[in-house]
Design a protein around this ligand. Sequence first.
Ligand code: FUC
Length: 818
Amino acid sequence: MKKSELVICVMIVLTLGLSAQVRNNSKNNDFNNLRESKSGLKLIYYSPAQKWSSQALPIGNGHMGGMIFGGVIKDQIQYNEKTLWSGGPGAWSEYQGGNKDGAALYLPKMREVIAKKDYKAAEKIMEQHCLGNPKAFGAYQDFGNIYLDFSKTIQNSEGVTNYYRELDLDKGLVRVGFDYNGHKYTREYFCSYPDRVMVIQLKSTNAAGLSFSINADCAHSDSKILYNKSNNTITTVGKVADNKMGFESNIKVRANGGKLSVQGDKIVVENADSVTLIMAAATEYVNSHPTYTGGNPQKIVSDILSAVNNKSQTQLKENHLKDYQKLYSRVKINLNNSSFGTSDKKSVASQATDALLKDYKVSGNTDLETLMFQYGRYLLIASSRAGSLPANLQGVWNNMNIPPWNCDYHFDINIQMNYFSSEVTNLTECSEPLVDYINSLRAPGRITAEKHHGVIGGGWVVHPMNNAFGFTASGWETYWAWAPFNAAWICQNIWAKYKFHGDKEYLRTKIYPIIKEQAQFWQKSLVPDEDGYLISNPAVSPEQLPISDGPTSDQAMCYELFSDVIEASQILKIDASFRKELIKMRDKLLPLKIGSWGQLQEWKYDWDKKDNKHRHVSHLVTVYQGERISPYTTPELAQAARVSLQARDDVKGDVHGWSLIQRVGLWARLLEPEKAYAPLNTLIKGYLTANLFSLTGGVFQIDANLGVPGVMSELLLQSHLGNINLLPALPKAWPSGTVSGLCARGGFEVDMKWDNYKLKKTAILSKLGNECVVKTPMLNSNFIIVNAQTGKPVRFKKINDTIKFKTTAGSTYLIDFQ
Ligand code: FUC
């Protein structure tokens, strides 16, 4: 930077009077209002759900999930417990995470044939000797259902009026209500994380008006359901057929007024004023290699229920709200000054989710985008909390024992996308289960590193498909089996936790050991090519043959991983010699290449076809979530990435929900707002069900839902290049809006208000006291910066469209554009 370019600006325009006014304003400013306001966002329906995957409404607390149908005569609540899995060591005594003994012995032979460009031969060797063994991979399981039968009171749903069913995103609960025979009936359903229970409360305005029965079923044949007269509970105990994993759930029924009795296979409620069901569930599963068992579900469930025994329904609800709202309410968003979510009558009427979806297809009403943003955050909070496994392919919701893709942990984008939103949308607590899960894969992943890759003495790896039992081996079909790249990729999510929040102790104890040991894997497995560059070999560009050497996905992610580990070790001031070694190796990695039609080559060789339809674009992962390619820092590579992505967009091939959302993130990073917005629009128009679940190949898969808030945020705020870039890719559809509470790397929280495509104000809370570097074209107009607490102007340095200023931890800085 030239000194002459550096203008030191001291605010001289601010008089005392103005700063007093600003201070006053800062208490009452738009952001404070925004932060305090309720968003009022809901998914609203005027009929009960008939279908599980497309209509029922999800609740969850990370451990458990429930899908609410809200039927009038018969209600159904399907439920899950996150650790209930088939497969694993209990299902097969020789289970060893899918690893194939001796696979690594074939690496030299594969390299030999790859050097001769005989890729078919490499494929054959992989197929015969190196694939993982899917036996006992297992699947995430359904648990069972609770049924509420009201047929004694309501014989005919025709007499029912004013029916509604809603998921209230502000409160994290589902409500059902209707009128019948002159009385109002309401039900409320939520899963509480602090109390680890599902709660269902039923009320009626008709005193003593609740008469119904409750029964349950279980999705596993080796189970029994006990209706206990002494304490009005329904206990389900059983074992998963193949692995004998024990599980238990217990539903406690409480009634206010009236009478409870067990009559055969049901609990009968007669003439109660209100009724509460409290349910806990657990399994024998423990995430501990190699046995993965040892839990005592009976004790866990009974401890949970004893702990809530003296808590009223109101207390349970308060605990839930306090916990849930602490997370959810951190981020507010309003696109286009919408009254959506307010109590404005007109807007409420048009808020029915079906109507919104229909309307979106015609008018592109951005209210649905706002809803999808917050729904994604809701679903993450509901499906990923510390103490259980991370969100799987369906979060925590699954009603099948043989679900699509085993409802597993897929590492060739799906689990990464599940956590696209956790840091930027201020939900870092929700990515803790991810870090714990990845940490738990180090022990089995070390064995795979040795058996499949010949990496000895440290270095873990995973491949595309993983389960709850440390299945880190390569997959079982040649075209997708081999992808150690996936392990480097998930380290991006983990490293982001430090970059955003700056917790050095967490870096030292949790993040660094994981990413360091992943780097050790590559340190030992990269090999020199004919020109002396370090490459992966054998290797696959995810889900596309051939098996060759040095595809961009591996090379680029390895570069990112090494860079992150280098930086982390510098921050922690440890591992100096390892760091030096990584720096040397990073310099020798095969460089990224631009091919004959200007594309970023997906492979080491110029093989890319313009009409390649494949949904996976893993060679571009270094654009997003990585940092290496950016229009700001590597314009030529960024242009090549644009060409590659455009070609894939043009062929309009192979679209899955997640592939659309990945493209939003990629185009946003490539600073192409319209191209980024288009796939978001396509997702909402064509790849959502009525309950706004996203679809992959026609089936529910949660990655796109969970990814939406993260990639929408990339349009509004990017912070991966050492600055906070405000409104870097604002699409035409969002001329005005407000957002508050988004996180930026370096420990900042950002609020913004924009109008007519121009940033009007921003408030930046510095949580760690780091220097703040802000970038936006708006800095070329007049602006002032004040410390919101003191009301005093702030000194800053300005270089073109970037400013820098010092901050103190805990202070908020307001930038007002004239
Ligand atoms: C990968 C993707 C599919 C799907 C599956 C779970 O195989 O290519 O689209 O998301 O994972």
